[in-house]
Ligand binder design. Structure first.
Ligand code: GRF
Length: 253
């Protein structure tokens, strides 16, 4: 039903509210919540960013994300998903989102497939951060350490972060933004995960702010990121010279 343009949550008017930020964000998290923390810090630092974290939803009790939310004064809801019918889970999630007047959802380490009814209601208004360059190294079971193990096993020299809109499957929605991260010689899954996570913390809050702006302005969830990041532009415009390639590959000049 509601799957075309972004719609405000019931009883709430993005961009037009008289109290609180114009765009109210729910963060879904199952784990430690460092990306949640980056989002909270970003929006609490400057009220002019036009959005705020109004709710944290977790499928698990006792996780770090819930502690971080409580410390930041953000409301929390635990909505278990294991062994339950997706429609029941969706009903609980949508009730919580309606009650909190949520305009936009940011997944941050949420390890469950978002039920289809929730995807339909929040299509173009739900974003995820993934610690690799999609569409590679994504999909069911590709989370946490496993991603970085797979990147290293494949011998990749570059990995990165991807922010994408959420659809009915794991990691397949339209990509909004990517940033490359080099793989270093001698990397382990843990050293690589740390390097990627630092970039996630930098990238995700800004992408979520751009999406929040798009939602508040009534645009579809397509934040203004038409230009490739500078790192990509550099490669596009500056192909390596043969001399440079020979040096890099250890060939005589
Ligand atoms: C991050 O790497 C994120 O990209 C992925 O899950 C991890 C969550 O980490 N989806 P944290 O809970 O935000 O620390």
């Amino acid at each position: 039903m509601k799957d075309a343009a972004p719609e405000p949550a019931a009883g709430h008017s993005p961009g037009g509210g008289s109290s609180g930020p114009p765009c109210r964000i729910a963060v879904f998290a199952s784990g430690g919540g460092t990306n949640l923390q980056a989002l909270v810090d970003h929006f609490q630092a400057d009220a002019d960013r036009g959005a705020g974290i109004a709710l944290v939803v977790s499928d698990r009790e006792g996780v770090g994300a819930l502690d971080r939310a409580a410390r930041a004064g953000v409301a929390t809801r635990v909505i278990p998903a294991g062994g339950r019918a997706p429609a029941d889970v969706a009903g609980d999630i949508l009730a919580a989102l309606d009650e909190a007047g949520i305009d936009l959802i940011a997944l941050a380490g949420y390890l469950r497939l978002v039920p289809a009814d929730v995807v339909r209601r929040y299509r173009h208004r739900m974003v995820n951060i993934h610690p690799a360059l999609l569409p590679a190294f994504g999909g069911k079971g590709m989370y946490g350490r496993r991603i970085h193990e797979a990147v290293l096993e494949a011998g990749c020299r570059v990995t990165g972060v991807s922010a994408h809109l959420v659809d009915e499957q794991y990691d397949t929605g339209p990509i909004l933004f990517q940033w490359p991260v080099p793989v270093a010689a001698g990397d382990t899954p843990d050293t690589l995960a740390r390097r990627v996570l630092r970039v996630e913390h930098r990238v995700y809050p800004v992408v979520v702010e751009a999406l929040a702006r798009a939602v508040a302005e009534g645009r579809r969830g397509e934040p203004a990121a038409p230009d490739p990041p500078a790192a990509f532009r550099l490669h596009e415009t500056a192909a390596p010279t043969e001399a440079e390639l020979r040096r890099l590959l250890g060939l005589p000049g």
